[in-house]
Structures are given as C-alpha cells and as structure tokens.
Ligand binder design. Structure first.
Ligand code: GRE
Ligand code: ZN
Length: 261
C-alpha cells in the first residue's frame, strides 16, 4: 500500500508538507480568527445563497469525510456577494469533526474550537472551465464555513445522519437527491472572510473563505453518528473510526481577516 495522507500519527497534518510543500505556504487554512483583530469593512456587502434550484446527487465516503455532491453543470445554485467578484457554483459540502467530547472544527475563534465544521464548496465557473482548474487557481473557490456546536437535536441534520450507514466505508456512495443545504444554515449570515486554502491535500491556495459567525446547534447523539463512519475501505482489516478529521490552525502570516459587520 502506497503512502497517502490522513489524520493519523504518521500521515496526519504535521506530515503533509513532505508530499505537499505548499502546506507551509503563505495563505494556508484553517486559521484562528481573532474577532478583535478582524477589520470591519463597510464595503463588504451581504452574501447571497441562491440554492432554490439546487440538485443534490449523491452522498459519499471519500476516506477523509462524508461528502454530498451537487449537479454543477450550470449556474442553478450559486453563492454571490460579500467578497466575491462573481457568482460561484455549488459543488459539494462535507464535514470535519472531533472525537467524543473533543473539539473538531478547523477554524477556531479566539483560540476556541467548535465540535464540528461544515464546508460548503463553490467554484468560479465564470473564469474556469472545470472544478479542477478552479481548485488550483487563486480565485477559484469560495467555501462557506459553518460551525456546529453541541446542544439540542438539529431539525434537519437527521437527513444526513440517516444516510450515513450506507456510506460507512471509504469508497462507498449512494444516491442522495432533493437535499437543499439551506436547511443547515444559521439565521444570520454575518461572516469573516480571508484568503486561504483547501484544508486537505493538495492544500491549493485557491479559497476565498467565508466563515459564518453564528454556529448551528446539533446534538452529541447526531454528531456521534458521524463517528460510525470509517476511514478504511470495507475490505481492509484495520478498522479506523472516522473522527478528528480536522487540520489545526495555520499561521496567518501577512493576511487580514475582514468582518462583514
Ligand atoms: C476540504 O477537502 O476540506 C476542502 C475542499 C474544498 C475546499 C475547501 C476544503 O475539498 O476545506
Ligand atoms: Zn473541508
């Protein structure tokens, strides 16, 4: 078996730079967001999520997370406004989470993490022909980051967790039609924004991050269902629970974080 990246002792975030030197680059993600040091920018407008016509396709376990993919063959569902110069097409969303009782978000706020973080990934189809082209370009992706904190059951997250048993192992996928990620948004779309990267290899420095300030609330029971997933495939004998699949905060370097309000 070849060497590949993961979240373990040997193949985890501190080892990624060996295969992906950009891991030590100047615009890596996630970061620790320090609200008092963010620049309030009155020129930053609100973000708009036009998801009414979105078409979810499937849900999959890619060995790193659970991913819901969308039909991105036209501009039927886009994010626009805020820091973005043009609409970006909805491609997929996925989650990062911790172990039981552990913090599991990628971004942190004043040094404090949340239980989990949802990433809603969009790409710049105005400037680039394919998602892969966009994912390698400095203005190619716009990712909405949404924190999950523990509390009561989330009213809609069961739509996701009910499907997890079908994608327990790496490489499995199943139809997942008719899901609108709008139901996973908090009531306020106030945000922080900065220029960063994918948080997983190849760690391309291609993401305009839009991190929502207001978390959504999910229960420990609901988040626990994500930990029934496995990093490994069905045929592998080594069983590895999918948890702690987050990269820790990276250096801010010369960047500024802007605040929408
Ligand atoms: C990820 O894998 O975590 C990821 C993407 C695309 C954009 C941002 C991101 O796949 O964090
Ligand atoms: Zn992610």
């Amino acid at each position: 078996t070849g060497h590949h990246w993961g979240y373990g002792k040997e193949d985890g975030p501190s080892a990624w730079h060996r295969q992906y030197p950009v891991a030590k680059g100047n615009r890596q993600s996630p970061i620790d967001i320090i609200p008092n040091e963010a620049r309030r920018d009155s020129t930053l407008g609100p973000i708009f999520l036009k998801y009414d016509q979105c078409r979810s396709l499937n849900i999959a376990n890619n060995g790193h997370s659970v991913v819901v993919e969308f039909d991105d063959s036209d501009d039927r569902s886009v994010v626009l406004g805020g820091p973005l110069d043009n609409p970006y097409r909805l491609k997929q969303f996925h989650f990062h989470w911790g172990g039981k009782g552990c913090e599991g978000s990628e971004h942190t706020v004043a040094g404090v993490g949340y239980a989990s973080e949802l990433h809603v990934v969009h790409w710049n189809a105005v400037k680039y022909k394919t998602y892969n082209d966009a994912a390698a370009a400095p203005d190619g992706l716009a990712v909405l980051g949404i924190f999950l904190e523990l509390g009561d059951d989330h009213r809609w997250l069961h739509m996701i967790t009910d499907a997890l048993y079908t994608v327990k192992f790496k490489g499995s996928a199943t139809d997942f039609k008719g899901f609108n990620p709008k139901c996973l948004l908090p009531s306020s779309l106030h945000y922080w924004t900065y220029l960063g990267s994918l948080t997983t290899p190849p760690l391309h420095e291609s993401v305009t991050w839009i991190v929502l300030k207001e978390p959504i609330v999910v229960s420990e029971k609901q988040l626990g269902m994500f930990r029934m997933l496995q990093f490994n495939g069905e045929e592998e004998d080594q069983r590895m629970r999918m948890e702690n699949n987050f990269r820790p905060p990276q250096n801010l370097k010369e960047r500024i974080v802007r605040s929408s309000n």
